[in-house]
Design a protein around this ligand. Structure first.
Ligand code: UD1
Length: 418
């Protein structure tokens, strides 16, 4: 097990190059088995979730090769439709495999998916939608057995705009007979990325980014070489780190639109932000005021994946903030770790009441989930003294070379083996 040792208090300055978006790359891995032709996903970060998806594809019989930052997937020999629980329990995105396995083999057998422990994370919306497409589903002993003879396009309406369910439906409907109309779809930029990838393979998917997506089933899909969009959550994490530490940081590879609500909140804190083309520049004097209220919502609302980092920022601003987590029931589990650093935060169910303190102090803390772990790193970067952030396995799921990128902009951070 590894840990970070962080000596806080350094101002940050310099430029950060973003990785491709974790939440784009993972469904693209799943989509790559829709065809028996070669697929290349350019600039795929070697985050552990991506490595785990690669392992899942290998288990199906595909060849997956990481080459100079790109990943090449050849699933022409894939013949297996079962994914072992050892792998599906590693990450939640294994659930996307249902849609693509059904399209490719008309059969899928997977164990219930795992992922970060941030709430119940049911998959009823995925399964109900698959049933609408004609899939028979049996849930037994922690496994999901799916089969169908023919998948037929259908009108599907989601009660909640689930990102994963939207993507799974796209993967399942892409070769179904006839047309599928999905209403109440999630509108995240990563869904537009999946649409572009699928259309690059020859699919007919329209409307991603709005709440109605139309999918006309096609007979065959070909190979594709695709460059995914950049990671807006990684961008947000570095912007918030600079806000906490003070300094001036340029984020390259992303424009303001996908992080619009975050930029609005950071301006409210007192940061100066300029954006031009695919660059965002943030300036912070490190003496900021709290946001009155931050409430997580589906896109384009405030992302739940930046809630923890933003709570860490507010913990050192003047005044008080109310943070409301609407997406996941138990996404404040990192708060007791922030308490060890001197934060004054009270959690009641889905609400966190933050009273800003002047400075946090170094402490030994444990990263229990991906974004909560990033929040602890941010808090440690701004704190007085030395902190250790223990157990980097969750952080490694979503940030490639986190410490290298932070070091390059002036943070005093090193990674050591425990
Ligand atoms: C995706 C992202 C994750 C992000 C989340 C919300 C990926 C790989 N992960 O996760 O980083 O935090 O979107 O933006 O893209 N729900 C149900 N039934 C279902 C499915 C979801 O009730 O069948 C509920 C969930 O419990 C949750 C909400 O819907 O409360 C949102 O979940 P969803 O959008 O599906 O998140 P994920 O796709 O798991």
């Amino acid at each position: 097990m590894d840990k970070f040792i962080i000596d806080g208090g350094e101002r940050l300055s310099g430029s950060v190059k973003l990785q491709s978006a974790k939440n784009s790359v993972l469904p693209l891995f799943a989509a790559s088995v829709l065809t028996d032709k070669r697929v290349t996903i350019l600039q795929t970060p070697a985050i552990s979730d991506a490595l785990c998806m690669a392992q899942i594809l290998r288990e199906l019989g595909a060849e997956v090769t990481f080459r100079g930052g790109d990943v090449v997937i050849d699933s022409s020999n894939a013949c297996n439709h079962e994914i072992s629980s050892a792998l599906t329990k590693e990450l939640r995105s294994s659930v996307f495999m249902l849609g693509s396995l059904l399209t490719r083999f008309r059969r899928a057998l997977i164990a219930y998916p795992g992922g970060c422990d941030i709430g119940l994370r049911p998959i009823d919306l995925h399964l109900n939608a698959l049933k609408r497409l004609g899939v028979e589903i049996e849930e037994r002993d922690g496994y999901i057995f799916c089969k169908c003879d023919v998948m037929r396009g259908a009108d599907i309406s989601l009660d909640f705009p689930s990102v994963g369910a939207t993507e799974n439906i796209m993967l399942a409907a892409v070769k179904a007979e006839g047309k599928t109309t999905l209403s109440g779809a999630a509108k995240e930029p990563e869904i537009v990325d999946l649409q572009n990838f699928l259309n690059g393979m020859g699919a007919k998917v329209y409307g991603a980014g709005s709440d109605v997506i139309e999918i006309e089933g096609v007979k065959t899909l070909g190979g594709v070489t695709y460059r995914p969009l950049k990671d807006r959550i990684e961008a947000g994490t570095f912007l918030i780190a600079c806000a906490v530490c003070g300094g001036e940081v340029e984020i390259s590879g992303i424009n303001a639109a996908p992080v619009g609500i975050l930029l609005h909140k950071l301006r409210e804190n007192g940061c100066k932000i300029h954006s031009k083309n695919d660059k965002i520049i943030i300036e912070s004097n490190g003496r900021l005021k709290c946001n009155r209220r931050i409430e997580t919502m589906p896109f384009p609302g405030f992302p739940t994946d930046l809630q923890a980092q933003m709570t860490a920022l507010n913990a050192t601003c003047s005044g008080g903030a109310l943070v409301v987590e609407n997406l996941f029931e138990t996404r404040f589990k990192y708060v007791p770790e922030l308490h060890k650093m001197g934060a004054d935060i009270e959690v009641k169910g889905r609400h966190a009441f933050v009273r800003g303190v002047e400075r946090l102090h170094g402490a030994s803390v444990v990263a229990g989930d991906l974004r909560g772990g990033a929040a602890l790193v941010i808090a440690a970067l701004g704190a007085d003294g030395v902190s250790e952030v223990i157990d980097l396995s969750h952080i490694d799921r979503g940030y490639y070379d986190f410490q290298g990128k932070l070091k390059k902009i002036g943070a005093n951070i090193k990674r050591v083996r425990l």
